[in-house]
Design a protein around this ligand. Structure first.
Ligand code: AMP
Ligand code: ZN
Length: 112
């Protein structure tokens, strides 16, 4: 998956502003933040989108949500935060490596 942008970031071939890393996932600040704090959490294994989550890899997604909760507590998101996963063309997914946007730091409206 050398052509995948996020695989290249995980491998260190493209620079990123790292938030967190462990054996299963990598977190880094979004290059075009939508909120005062906006980072992405991605599995190290290449999974194309939320449509590719299976019984075999769902433990990685569960782990990512644990990491998000831990980071949210450490980063002091006392007023709340949002987790977003765009899946496919209608949702506007632009990078085809599963990623969870973590957004915080301002009051967010509803979305459609
Ligand atoms: P999505 O539109 O849900 O596929 O989200 C892709 C996200 O990746 C967007 O919010 C982009 O701003 C972000 N992004 C693209 N390239 C980079 C990069 N090199 N470093 C950090 N974030 C990036
Ligand atoms: Zn990838």
């Amino acid at each position: 998956m050398e052509e995948c942008l996020f695989c290249r970031i995980i491998a260190g071939n493209i620079p990123s502003n790292k938030v967190y890393e462990d054996e299963l996932c990598y977190a880094f600040y979004d290059i075009a933040p939508m909120t005062p704090t906006h980072f992405l959490v991605v599995p190290k294994e290449h999974i194309a989108s939320a449509a590719e989550i299976t019984g075999e890899n769902a433990y990685i997604v569960a782990h990512i949500y644990e990491v998000i909760a831990k980071l949210a507590a450490e980063m002091g998101f006392a007023d709340g935060f949002r987790v977003v996963t765009n899946c496919g063309a209608d949702a506007g997914q632009t990078v085809h490596h599963l990623h969870f946007h973590v957004l915080a730091g301002k009051q967010m409206g509803s979305f459609n």
